[in-house]
Design a protein around this ligand. Structure first.
Ligand code: UDP
Length: 244
């Protein structure tokens, strides 16, 4: 096993599947299975899930809402997704704990770092809900911050593309794929990996990020097994590997 403790970041949008809004039960079960596989290998798994399939703070304006109110709505959306994932995991026989950045004690434990680490050590999948609990942040920032706090080996950012490209591969057929890239090059090339706050946190704390396709079955397990899947972003200023 290459990694002992991982933090998996999933976007809320990925839970929609082909839908326009909300949660697709098929996607939920699929993700639960993928997580179960790596947890069963003995990897300690923490998960941060976004809320973009339900609400994002940036939409507040459209609704005539205050931004901070909108951000809290977004955080609550992440709790809904986290609860759904928790249920799916438990149905699959995986022990889980949901820890929230805002207090909602009827449904989640409050986020306490030492408690999170203890759950991980006991083999429970820990889901961090409500981001970091503060407005003006994203769940990418929550993923970076929690990963640093719990001393995860890596942040695994599950997406629907294979990794980082020089341009959007869904729009530009000549986009080049990077299998390794340094933080510095991501920054200099203006590539979109995570928002800048989240990215900087990883960079300053030397926490590698792997961007990979979570929708390809078995990818998460392959990654944990040490196979080269997706794009590794790290301090190493090696020549990035370019393949078409
Ligand atoms: N959010 C926040 N603070 C946090 C995490 C999330 O205010 O620490 C709000 C923010 O409005 C964000 C929304 O919750 O737009 C949903 O999270 P995000 O956009 O990161 O979800 P994703 O894009 O991953 O689905």
């Amino acid at each position: 096993m290459k990694y002992k403790r991982i933090l998996l970041k999933l976007s809320g949008e990925s839970l929609m599947g082909e839908q326009q809004y909300g949660i697709d039960s098929g996607m939920l079960l699929k993700y639960a299975q993928e997580i179960k596989e790596v947890s069963a290998m003995g990897v300690e798994v923490a998960v941060v899930i976004g809320g973009g399939n339900i609400f994002r703070g940036v939409q507040a304006d459209e609704f005539g809402l205050d931004r901070v109110q909108g951000d809290y709505m977004g955080m609550l959306a992440t709790v809904i997704n986290s609860m759904a994932l928790q249920s799916a995991l438990e149905k699959a026989g995986v022990y889980t704990r949901l820890l929230s950045g805002i207090n909602i004690q009827q449904v989640c434990e409050p986020y306490i770092r030492r408690r999170a680490v203890r759950h991980l050590e006991k083999g429970r999948v820990v889901i961090f809900g409500a981001g970091i609990g503060s407005p003006y942040f994203t769940t990418d920032s929550a993923a970076s911050l929690r990963a640093i706090e719990i001393e995860a080996d890596v942040v695994l950012k599950g997406t629907r593309v294979d990794g980082i490209y020089s341009a959007d591969p869904e729009k530009d057929p000549n986009a080049e794929f990077y299998s390794n890239i340094s933080f510095k090059d991501v920054f200099e090339k203006g590539l979109n990996v995570m928002d800048m706050t989240a990215f900087t946190l990883c960079k300053e704390n030397n926490l590698p990020i792997i961007v990979f396709n979570m929708n390809k079955a078995g990818n998460l397990k392959r990654l944990v097994d040490g196979e080269s899947v997706g794009t590794l972003v790290s301090m190493t200023d090696m020549e990035e590997t370019l393949t078409q």
